[in-house]
Design a protein around this ligand. Structure first.
Ligand code: ATP
Ligand code: MG
Length: 417
């Protein structure tokens, strides 16, 4: 039995094309993942039908023409999208990223030749079986990532392939073939021409992968191009005699695979906060990731709370969830430094204890509000906020109970000293 089982919604797309006299194959990631015994996320189809012919074949189907210029249509089949692309070669790449022109070609082999890596350059259909002209199957067996064709040429056509290479190798825990690896290093400056959004997305793919640490170890000079702030860590050994870059990699690997915000925070954790902020800005990070990383790294170097009042203020300055994340991250760093886990264990217990009692982290948790102060003629204007802040401090310190009566009484003392 073939390892490649095309789901019926995609098989129907192929049959429709074959029925009209065209050839069609599933291609790329779905073939690779099937041969690896993994379930593909989506099934892409390639065909010798030209864009006009595809529109004719699928005229009764729901379809989207978004990629038509590059020969791609998306057809809706049993509620799923299937991208169907005419066999093509890409013309020159004067901007190192976008082909100047695409040319439609009659043979699947020519389409496979434009693809980036041998493991991504295989096609399959039930009629012809596997079409593997670049040795992709063997490279899968050998766990090797290798460019299709001349690596230097392929990276110069499209610099983003440098990061795609690291992403696939990290995700599959593959080694990178020697010539491909040299070309990655030689051509790394091409990444300066790639948009921040694309770089950020690939960086995310690399960092969440199981083999992220191997790529950070093998290609520091590539990461120094996309994250120039990190360059100073490489070969700089003042963390317990360990190279700072090595320490950074260990920290990244201590966060679970798949957990992008924490892995990114660990990647940046040795930078000054200023550099963290500028890195996230120039990477065009999404806001929620940027907020998470900066908050975590702002508090990471500070002493952890050791009393309930300190813990309440800590939660007030961060959030319940952030407080736990910061404590966890500290645990990771302390462990790497072989420091005692006592501080983080105590802080975790303290956090749990404080979270069990009624919340008092923000003015809104007080049993009275600004209206009460006005109704009782205790304060007006900015004084309201000042009094509430003072009440919160005293409640957090446990010198004042959080009850209406106690708070009103104390507020009247504060307003008529
Ligand atoms: P993923 O599971 O990450 O989606 P994929 O192999 O499907 O992996 P895509 O980025 O979706 O990757 O691209 C689909 C296919 O198109 C690839 O397998 C490859 O053959 C080809 N491809 C995509 N991007 C490039 C590129 N920049 N250069 C050359 N070929 C590419
Ligand atoms: Mg894909």
């Amino acid at each position: 039995m073939s390892l490649i089982h095309i789901p019926s919604y995609a098989a129907e797309v192929i049959h429709e094309l074959e029925h009209m006299g065209f050839s069609a194959y599933v291609v790329g990631g779905c073939v690779r993942d099937s041969l690896l015994g993994q379930k593909p996320t989506d099934w892409d189809v390639c065909t010798d039908a030209t864009p006009d012919e595809m529109l004719q074949v699928f005229r009764q189907w729901r379809l989207f023409k978004t990629g038509l210029k590059h020969g791609t249509i998306t057809v809706r089949s049993h509620g799923r999208n299937v991208e169907v692309t005419t066999f093509r070669t890409d013309g020159g790449y004067s901007d190192n990223r976008h082909p100047d022109a695409v040319r439609f070609v009659p043979h699947v082999q020519d389409d496979l030749a434009r693809r980036d890596f041998t493991i991504n350059a295989m096609a399959y259909n039930d009629r012809d079986g596997l079409v593997d002209v670049f040795g992709g199957q063997q490279d899968l067996v050998d766990s090797t990532l290798r460019c299709v064709g001349e690596p230097d040429v392929r990276f110069q056509e499209d610099g983003l392939r440098i990061l795609r290479a690291l992403r696939f190798a990290a995700r599959l825990s593959f080694g990178i073939e020697t010539e491909t690896a040299y070309a990655i290093r030689r051509n790394r400056l091409l990444l300066e021409n790639i948009s921040a959004e694309r770089i950020f997305k690939e960086l995310q793919g690399i960092l969440i992968a199981p083999g992220a640490g191997d790529m950070l170890t093998a290609f520091p000079e590539v990461f120094s191009v996309i994250l120039p702030e990190l360059a100073g860590l490489v070969g700089n050994s003042d963390v317990d005699g360990v190279d700072r870059w090595t320490f950074t990699i260990r920290a990244v690997q201590s966060a679970p695979a798949g957990d992008f915000p924490n892995r990114l925070a660990m990647l940046l954790h040795q930078l000054p906060l200023r550099a963290v902020r500028s890195t996230l800005a120039h990477l065009k990070s999404d806001n929620s990731t940027a907020r998470y990383v900066t908050t975590l790294l702002e508090f990471l170097p500070l002493p952890l709370p050791v009393t309930r009042p300190e813990m309440r203020r800590f939660i007030g300055a961060t959030s319940r969830e952030m407080a736990q994340h910061i404590i966890n991250a500290r645990g990771v760093i302390d462990k790497l430094h072989r420091h005692s886990p006592l501080a983080t264990r105590t802080a975790s217990l303290l956090l749990a204890e404080v979270l069990e009692s009624p919340p008092a982290y923000a003015v809104r948790h007080l049993a009275i509000g600004g209206n009460d102060l006005m109704e009782h003629h205790l304060a007006q204007g900015p004084l309201i906020g000042q009094i509430l802040e003072q009440l919160l401090r005293e409640v957090q310190d446990e010198s004042l109970p959080n009850s209406r009566l106690a708070l009103l009484h104390r507020a009247s003392e504060l307003s008529h000293p």
